[in-house]
Design a protein. Structure first.
Lengths: 242, 386
């Protein structure tokens, strides 16, 4: 993993992520839509969890809440012993910067920046010097096998390569959690497999805790654990597959 | 500083659009720089200290003539070395579009007063002796193809000829040149004999438009100016003695309130600029909502995103605005030179400061609405394209 100034893990007793009685309700005018219904879930450190389910089952909502992008309407959500459901917007932003790495379906790289600069983005929020930021980004790019593409803009890279740059950006600050929302949803089979193997390697070799939302059963096979959601409820817990 | 690459990446995302916006901003501020220089030139207080040539005209109005009898009193004022006079004729040659200044003057003393108008001695003598004689500058002669011996008819706008004709005809007896290239503007005027003018006009006989005074000691010019004006205090023809430059500006001010005109033009320009850059910024932010959502996802706080977007607008305005002011700074001396020194304008420090203030104000005005929108962006909605 690339160096960060002090990626000190809090002393966690119990699961890394603890979700208790979490519900999420959206109100659209007079309509009240319950997307998640009293979800209880523990995710231990070093886990590679795949969340599956049909569209609208609430898997992305659950992922967003674990990642601190959204807050539950009810229940508690702790990560590494800290109640993130009680944090303010600014506290959540700082917490995400320090503890969460994101991989999106459509990569979401900034098109005007090179791969290197895209990877450096999360480090802008740290106190690292420019030299250290460059060095850490180079290490992360090397880790995903794209050291030779550092100066390329996203438009000059294939989909698989862009996703690997996105993974480098997700890991460059050595986060506690890596959340991946349909990371292979926009990739061909070969590129998807490369990306999944990379994620698996990050989990196995570097102990990264990963939560991945996917529609694809083949992708879910790379996870240690698969959970199914249906209509906002956890309906099934599959065993370890990898 | 570490966010600068992010800032420039955002600006360079659509290079053509950014370039066009920068050019619009630069054009607006170049115009501002030039107009403000004109405004400052017209409004700046003028001192007569160090100036050896003064103009005495009516305190009431430039179109109010002064009695010819004042000549002797002005000439006898302590500190006055020489005096001459002239009037505004306002004659038109063939078409009003052919405008050029034409003044009746007292030939000998006027040419003595203005040694920078270089006339061959033979032509000078002819001008002094010929009642209907006129001299023109080389530029004016070249413009209309005039040569010595030509008859030049001018149609009066103020003074009809007492013979009932609506044409005054002058004999061109000389063509003068400016002593220095920067005074070439003075070659665009016509001078003719004041005696002929005074005899021929139906109204205003025995008056002159203004007196030109040369002082003995330029360091005492302000005291001399005051002494001249003091003599005519509480008389029917109170005077105002000022520098030539201030006198010329007073002439131009007759068009109207230059400051108000300039301010109105600048207000229209900046109003258009606000609409243009405001629209550009809003469009730019709309297109980048997913990118801004990603920044927030990565941990950029709401305030950081607000500052980032606001900075984009400010940077665009500052780069374009400073470019515009530099262009104005470079263009003003060229314009001054092209006008042969008649338009003596320069970008003053106050204009730079005002320009900088306007850049910051417009940048904030156009940047704040999209910045607030970006700040309030809900990550989950933005990422989902809602």
């Amino acid at each position: 993993m690339p160096e960060t100034p002090s990626a000190v893990r809090p002393d966690v007793r119990g699961p890394l992520v603890a979700i208790r009685g979490v519900s999420k309700v959206y109100e659209r005018g007079r309509q009240r839509i319950e997307v998640l219904h009293h979800v209880d879930l523990d995710i231990p450190e070093g886990d590679f969890l795949a969340l599956m389910g049909p569209s609208g089952s609430g898997k992305s909502t659950l992922l967003n809440m674990i990642a601190g992008l959204d807050l539950p309407s009810e229940g508690t959500l702790s990560v590494a012993g800290r109640r993130i459901d009680r944090m303010s917007s600014a506290e959540l932003a700082r917490w995400r910067a320090a503890h969460v790495g994101f991989v999106f379906q459509f990569y979401n790289l900034l098109p005007a920046l090179s791969a290197q600069k895209n990877v450096e983005l999360p480090l802008l929020l740290t106190r690292l010097s420019a030299v250290r930021r460059r060095r850490n980004a180079a290490v992360a790019l090397d880790l995903v096998g794209l050291a030779d593409r550092a100066s390329h803009k996203p438009s000059e890279l294939s989909g698989g390569q862009q996703q690997r740059v996105a993974i480098a950006r997700a890991i460059v600050s050595d986060p506690t959690l890596l959340v991946c929302d349909e990371p292979t949803g926009d990739l061909d089979r070969h590129s998807a497999e490369e990306v999944l193997m990379l994620l698996q390697r990050l989990n196995r070799d570097y102990g990264k805790t990963m939560i991945m939302v996917t529609h694809d059963p083949k992708a879910a096979e790379f996870a240690q654990r698969v959970l199914h959601l249906d209509k906002g409820t956890l309906v099934e817990q599959a065993g370890t597959s990898a | 500083m570490k966010y600068l690459p992010l800032l420039f990446a955002a600006l360079m995302r659509k290079r053509t659009r950014t370039l066009l916006t920068l050019l619009s901003v630069a054009a607006a501020f170049a115009l501002f720089g030039m107009l403000d220089a004109v405004r400052v030139a017209f409004n700046a207080p003028q001192s007569v200290i160090g100036i050896d040539r003064l103009i005495t005209s009516s305190r009431l109005s430039l179109i109010q003539p002064l009695p010819y009898a004042d000549l002797a009193r002005i000439a006898s004022t302590p500190g006055v070395k020489a005096v001459t006079y002239a009037s505004w004729f306002g004659g038109i040659y063939q078409d009003p579009k052919n405008f050029f200044p034409n003044f009746p003057v007292e030939p000998e003393s006027y040419l003595d007063m203005y040694p920078e108008l270089v006339l061959p001695d033979v032509q000078r003598q002819a001008f002094i002796k010929t009642r209907t004689g006129a001299v023109v500058g080389q530029s004016l002669a070249d413009l209309f193809g005039w040569k010595v011996g030509d008859k030049i008819p001018l149609r009066p706008t103020i003074y009809p000829h007492r013979d009932g004709g609506d044409v005054w005809t002058f004999d061109l007896v000389g063509i003068f040149k400016a002593a220095q290239p920067e005074l070439r503007g003075s070659e665009k005027q016509m001078l003719f004999n004041h005696t002929y003018f005074d005899e021929g006009r139906e109204i205003g006989q025995g008056t002159v438009g203004w007196y030109v005074v040369r002082v003995e000691d330029p360091a005492r010019a302000d005291q001399v100016a005051q002494a001249i004006d003091d003599q005519f205090d509480n008389s029917a023809f109170e005077t105002r003695t000022q520098s030539e430059r201030e006198f010329q500006l007073s002439f131009a001010k007759q068009i109207g309130d230059i400051g108000l005109i300039v301010t109105a033009i600048m207000a229209a320009v900046f109003f258009t600029l606000v609409l243009l850059t405001g629209n550009t910024m809003a469009q730019s932010i709309r297109e980048r909502i997913p990118e801004l959502a990603v920044l927030k996802t990565l941990g950029f706080t709401n305030r950081a995103v607000l500052v980032l977007v606001l900075s984009e607008a400010l940077v665009m305005l500052l780069i374009g605005g400073l470019l515009g002011l530099v262009l104005a700074y470079l263009a003003l001396p060229i314009i001054g030179e092209a006008s042969s020194g008649q338009l003596d304008v320069a970008l003053q420090p106050a204009s730079w400061t005002l320009g900088l203030g306007l850049m910051l104000a417009i940048g904030t005005l156009v940047g704040l609405p999209p910045a607030l929108k970006a700040m309030r962006l809900r990550i989950v909605d933005a990422l989902a394209g809602r």
